[in-house]
Each structure stands twice: as C-alpha cells, then as structure tokens.
Write a protein that binds this ligand. Structure first.
Ligand SMILES: Nc1ncnc2c1ncn2[C@@H]1O[C@H](COP(=O)(O)OP(=O)(O)OP(=O)(O)O)[C@@H](O)[C@H]1O
Ligand SMILES: N[C@@H](CCO)C(=O)O
Length: 319
C-alpha cells in the first residue's frame, strides 16, 4: 500500500513590530486563500524533490540547494542517531509564498517539509525537537537562528519565544476581533541583508522602550486591553533602518492610521507590511489602498487575515 502525507504551513509575521526575533503571528486569509507552502511526501527508491507552484520559478533550479531538501537530510540524520532506519522519499514542494517577502517564506517550506516527514515516519520527534530543527534550518538561511517565523507557523497563534526549558513558543491570548491586513509589494528583500543593515548596538533608551513595550503588550493581551496592546506596537530596533528599503512605507502608515488602523508595521524583514484594525470595512479600505499604492509589480498581493490559531496541518492518504 502506498502512503502519501501532505502538510500545509501558513505564512507568518515575524517581529510584529515590538518583538524583534521574539514575537510572531501565523496568518489565515479570511477568503480561504491558501497563503502558505505545502509539501507532499511519499515512498520512493531514491530521494527526489520536485518544486511546483506560483513562486517555484523564483528559486534556484538546482533542488539540492532548496531548504526542503536540507530538511530531509537533517531529518534522516537525526532519525539515524535514534537508531531508526530511514527510507528514501519523493517530496513535492508547492512554493506558494514569494521568496524574501517578509511572510516567512523559507520558514513555511521548512515547517511543511519537516511536519510532513515527521507524520510520514509516524511522529518520531516531539514538538520541541521539531522546533529545534526548524530554528537551525532557518538559521542556515538568514545567518542567525530565530524562531519568530517557524514557531507560529508550526504551532499557530501569536507566539512569544522562550529560550528557557522545553517550551520555545509560548502562545499569547488573541484579540479575536482583529483583522491583520498584509500587503506584499512584489520586490524581494533578503533577510540576511536586512539583518546586516541593523546597528550592532542598541541605545539604553531604546532598550528600555523595547522591554517596556513587550512587557506591557503581553500584559495587555492577557487582560484583553486592545488599545493598550496596539499602542505598544512600535519598532525601535529594525523599522527605523529597514523602512528605507520600502518605497511608500511612511505614506502607507499615514493612510492606515487615519483610516481605522490600530497599528502598522513591517512584517519580518519586509517588504510585506501589516496593518491591524478591528473593523471589517476599514480592513477592506486599507487593503484596497495598499493594493493601489504599496504594490510595485505583478507579483504583489494583499490579503485580509485573521490569526491562524492552528498552524501547520497534515493529512495522510493510504491507497
Ligand atoms: N524553499 C525555499 N523557500 C524560500 N527560500 C528558499 C527555499 N529554499 C532555498 N531558499 C533560499 O533561501 C533564501 C531565502 O532568503 P530569505 O530568508 O531572505 O527569504 P525568505 O525566507 O523567503 O524571507 P521571509 O522570511 O522574509 O519571507 C533565498 O536565497 C532562497 O533562494
Ligand atoms: N526576526 C527576523 C524575521 C525575518 O523574517 C528579522 O526581522 O530579521
């Protein structure tokens, strides 16, 4: 009997303005659009990776350089360490997210690939072990290990990273009435380049502001004080330096904040931006305006989303 596992891993917002490398959110478009990569895994005599989908052509043609192939090799090596025999598989990556978009594109491929492999091999790794592998693979791409895309993408929700003990991703209470409007401009920004332009030191004033904002935000989430939470969503670490890479960023913020927006910022390392509003009509208006003024080419798009509370999802077919 042939077994095939398909895993889906949603797009995500890294940083969420106030939590550089520490806060992330998984996204689910309200219109049912599939905003995330998928990976299929089935048995094979020899390992193979086939890449299809809207943004497949933007990846290097050689599949051995694809992070999904690296996922299989890391997964196999860790299984061998456990003394579990590894068989080869055929993988198909549906590359639905644009590369260098700020939507956690590589994270989505990593999570879909590792989750499909883990389910295919009957879940030999715990959630914690999987997250460690995901962070390491993400680090291979961006030059430093950060979990703010892979963690929400895998476990869902609005997640705060914790480097103590076995719970890397702490899920925060959500504001269920918030719409998250995301707009990808269509250009590509490399995460490692966007990290390299940041200063290596942060001033004492910014350190105090960063700590205070994150602490007050978490408290406001627990007390469901949406105005206070939104007021904390300012980026003192990355946005002042990265926004110069993003044409029309300041004009977009101005429009959003004058049209029902509670907060506006860069998604991950950009160029995608996000706006939060608690009103459906304002969400539509913001989406339309960003579509007309923030998008630069035919690759761009905008979606109104809720937080994806579930994260990665897998299904198995045995035929
Ligand atoms: N499956 C994959 N998905 C995305 N990028 C991949 C994949 N495999 C290899 N890469 C390479 O990894 C690099 C991804 O760069 P980068 O981290 O800037 O993008 P990203 O993960 O798409 O960004 P973001 O998190 O901002 O969406 C590119 O050089 C790309 O060619
Ligand atoms: N926290 C990471 C996210 C990258 O998508 C950064 O801002 O560099």
């Amino acid at each position: 009997m042939a077994k095939k596992v398909t895993a889906y891993a949603p797009a995500s917002i890294g940083n969420v303005s106030l939590g550089f490398d520490l806060l992330g959110a998984a996204l689910k478009p309200i219109d049912g659009h599939c905003l995330g990569d998928k990976v299929e895994v089935s048995s094979a005599e020899q390992f193979s990776l086939n890449v299809v989908g809207r943004f497949a052509h933007k990846l290097p043609a050689d599949p051995t350089t694809n992070i999904a192939a690296h996922c299989f090799h890391m997964f196999s090596a860790k299984l061998k360490e456990k003394g579990i025999p590894v068989s080869d598989v055929a993988m198909v990556l549906h590359k639905n997210l644009p590369i260098g978009s700020g939507l956690g594109s590589s994270a989505s491929s990593i999570v879909a690939a590792l989750h499909s492999l883990n389910v295919f091999f009957d879940s030999p790794f715990s959630q914690h072990q999987m997250l460690l592998m995901m962070g390491e693979l993400e680090g291979q791409i961006s030059g430093s290990v950060h979990y703010d895309n892979v963690a929400p993408c895998f476990v869902g929700g609005l997640t705060l990273m914790n480097h103590h003990g076995d719970h890397i991703a702490l899920k925060l209470p959500l504001f269920e009435n918030w719409y998250w409007v995301v707009c990808y401009s269509g250009i590509s920004v490399s995460t490692s380049v966007a990290r390299d332009i940041l200063p290596k030191q942060v001033s004492i004033a910014d350190t105090i502001k960063f700590g205070q904002q994150l602490a007050v935000f978490v408290d406001a989430c627990h007390r469901q004080d949406e105005n206070l939470a939104a007021a904390m969503m300012q980026d003192v670490v990355a946005e002042p330096y990265r926004k110069s890479l993003l044409p029309n960023f300041d004009a977009s913020r101005e429009f959003v904040m004058q049209n029902g927006g509670l907060a506006f910022g860069i998604s991950g390392s950009g160029p995608t931006v996000f706006a939060i509003t608690n009103d459906a009509q304002h969400a539509e208006k913001i989406k339309d305006w960003l579509q007309q003024h923030y998008i630069q080419n035919d690759d761009g798009f905008s979606h109104i989303c809720r937080i994806d509370a579930q994260g990665a999802d897998a299904s198995t077919i045995i035929a």
